[in-house]
Design a protein around this ligand. Structure first.
Ligand SMILES: CC(C)(COP(=O)(O)OP(=O)(O)OC[C@H]1O[C@@H](n2cnc3c(N)ncnc32)[C@H](O)[C@@H]1OP(=O)(O)O)[C@@H](O)C(=O)NCCC(=O)NCCS
Length: 177
C-alpha cells in the first residue's frame, strides 16, 4: 500500500519515528480496543505495528505492507492500515488492521481507502480481500458488510460467554471483475 493515494489520504510506509503518533491513535481508541481482543495495551500495539511483526507462519515480510495514513499535506496522521498480500492463499489479500483516529471516523475515509486498496488488489491479479473483525465491533461489521464483505470464511474465539471473552468473524469479498 506504500505510495497509494486517495483524494484525502496518503499511505506512507511505517517507521519507528511514527511510534508516538500511533501510540496516541490507539490510546484515543482505548474504549473500543478493550472490546476487541485480549491484547489491547496501546504501547504494545504501537510497538507491534512499527516493528512490522505479524508475518504469517512461513510468510515473507516483503508481502506485508504496513502504512500510516496521512492527510494530503502530510502533517496529520489520520490512521493506519496493514495488508498481507497472499494470505492464506496467494490470490487473497488479508487486511490485518484498519484504524482511524476518532476524529477521522465516519467521514467516508475508510470506504475511500478500501476502494483504492481493492483497485490495487485487482491490478495485482489477486481475487479476493479478507478481514477478521471482532464480533463485538458491530460498527466495523457494518462497515465491511456495507462494502460487500458478505462471505463468511471463518469464525474463531472463545466458546464460553464471559465479559472478557473474545470472538472473531472472518469475512471475504470477491474482487474479480
Ligand atoms: C471501522 C472503520 C475502519 C470504518 O472507517 P470509517 O472511515 O469510519 O467509515 P466510513 O465513514 O467510510 O463509513 C462507511 C460505512 O461504514 C459504516 N460505519 C462506519 N463506521 C460506523 C459507525 N461508527 N457506526 C455505524 N456505522 C458505521 C456505515 O454504514 C458507513 O456508511 P454510512 O455513513 O453511509 O452509513 C473506522 O470507523 C475505525 O477506524 N474504527 C475504529 C477501529 C476499527 O474498528 N477498525 C476496524 C477493525 S476490523
Amino acid at each position: 500500500m506504500e505510495g497509494l493515494q486517495t483524494p484525502r489520504l496518503v499511505c506512507m510506509a511505517v517507521t519507528p519515528a511514527h511510534f508516538s503518533e500511533i501510540f496516541s491513535l490507539y490510546q484515543r481508541n482505548q474504549a473500543l480496543l478493550a472490546l476487541l481482543d485480549h491484547e489491547h495495551d496501546p504501547a504494545h500495539l504501537a510497538t507491534r505495528f512499527v516493528r512490522k511483526a505479524n508475518v504469517p507462519l512461513g510468510g515473507s515480510v516483503r508481502q506485508l505492507s504496513k502504512v500510516v495514513l496521512f492527510s494530503p499535506d502530510q502533517t496529520k496522521i489520520r490512521g493506519l492500515c496493514s495488508v498481507y498480500y497472499g494470505y492464506p492463499e496467494p490470490h487473497i489479500a488479508y487486511v490485518g488492521e484498519l484504524f482511524f483516529a476518532p476524529d477521522a471516523q465516519r467521514m467516508g475515509l475508510g470506504r475511500e481507502l478500501y476502494l483504492a486498496l481493492e483497485a490495487q488488489v485487482r491490478v495485482r491479479s489477486m481475487q479476493a480481500v479478507r478481514v477478521g473483525v471482532g464480533l463485538r465491533n458491530w460498527n466495523a461489521l457494518r462497515f465491511w458488510i456495507r462494502l460487500g464483505f458478505v462471505h463468511i470464511t471463518g469464525m474463531s474465539g472463545a466458546r464460553d460467554f464471559t465479559p472478557q471473552a473474545y470472538a472473531f468473524l472472518e469475512l471475504e469479498k470477491n474482487c474479480t471483475p
